[in-house]
Design a protein around this ligand. Sequence first.
Ligand SMILES: Nc1ncnc2c1ncn2[C@@H]1O[C@H](COP(=O)(O)OP(=O)(O)OP(=O)(O)O)[C@@H](O)[C@H]1O
Ligand SMILES: [Mg+2]
Length: 446
Amino acid sequence: MKRVLTPARFAAHSLRLRFLLAILLWVALGIGGIWYSATRVFTRHIEAQYHDELYGHVRELAGLVNISKDSHLSLSRPLSDPRYLEPMSGYYWQVSVHRGDRIHSASMVRGEIDEDIAHSPEIFHSIDNGPTGKTIAYGFTGFTPDGRVVHYVIAVDKRYLDQAIASFTRELTLWLTALATALLITGYAVVLFGLRPLNRLATAIGQLREGTSARLEGAYPSEIAPLVEDLNAYIAGNEAVIERARVEAGNLAHGLRTPLAVITDEAERLARQPESARAARALLDQAHEMVQQIDFRLARTRSAAGARASLRVSHLPEAVLPILSAMRKLHPDCAFELSAPVPVRMAIDPVDLSELVSNLLDNAGKWARRRVVLTIAEGPRIRVEDDGPGMSEEQIARACEIGSRFDADMPGSGLGLAIARDIAEAYGLRLRLSSPPGGGLIADLV
Ligand SMILES: Nc1ncnc2c1ncn2[C@@H]1O[C@H](COP(=O)(O)OP(=O)(O)OP(=O)(O)O)[C@@H](O)[C@H]1O
Ligand SMILES: [Mg+2]
């Protein structure tokens, strides 16, 4: 089934990501909240200021208007704000007598303001048909000496208010984006700092796996110190259990060897008597198989491969040099060559590595005509190659079974490859045998 990687699932995979998502949400909420409330407050504030200004202007206007006896309107002097003089500036006033005279600011070269506005005590925010678009308008009414209604109206283009708000919002957005970025960066730094002990723990576990340390080293914060202590106790307990099991397995194997030797002796004696020869052969075969099993298990209990807790590192080619010199003595007719262009580290106990490689080299030495090459390459990878007769596909398939032997002339117990494969698998490696068409056998450890 295909698993969809939702943000929650993604966050579950990485503690760092989980914190980062939380910080992102936190910063977005905080900065978003500030942005929203600041623009609201500013809008309200600047609107109030506009209204005050308009109110002042309309009162000044009312003070400057002279109404003659025949309801004729005139202005004693222009309004103090010069924007009322500039044509189409966006600042307009208008005074009109109901069905009578009408005067307006010099700025209003065309158009008219709806005089009904003056009847409302409200400030109109959006009068669509102002001289230059939408306006904010305000006004009040008065009376001529003969009792007719006079309308005093002021209208200011709404765009001035909108522009002020937009420019404030733009600047605020810029500053808040910078602040959010700074908060996210510092948040990330805080997360990295906070998670440092966990990184150290990961390194310590890596060292444990590689075998460069036997327990989790270092001081940890109080939140994870108990976990580290528990892990160390668990590792120590595990090692003790494995060690005990290895000793017990060894004891059991040794304990079985003596009775088996007695049984074999007896069976050989019986085999010489014709009447019991058949049964004795069966006993001998079974006893032989038991001895093989015991030898195999004994060899394996000596190994550290079963004890994963005590993994250690082997440095190549140094670790195989003693084996090579031993092999040169054991098989003097054969030339053992080593090709190791770069030093390689392998997470495998040196004793296990020796046992594994010596089994492969011993076979190569036994069956090679003249030459055996041991290659160590980055990977890490070990290859043992000889120029002997090699093996058939079918033999290769069975070669790693306990007791498999295909050459009766050569001494051996058929355990070498079984042990080699067992060790390799205990360390997650694979032993691959192949016979090239030209002869010889290649054993690869990958
Ligand atoms: N390099 C090789 N060339 C040809 N045949 C080989 C080679 N290596 C192994 N074999 C064959 O595979 C069989 C199994 O090898 P293995 O190492 O398990 O046993 P052994 O060498 O016979 O005995 P032991 O290693 O236990 O002393 C050998 O008997 C041999 O027939
Ligand atoms: Mg062998």
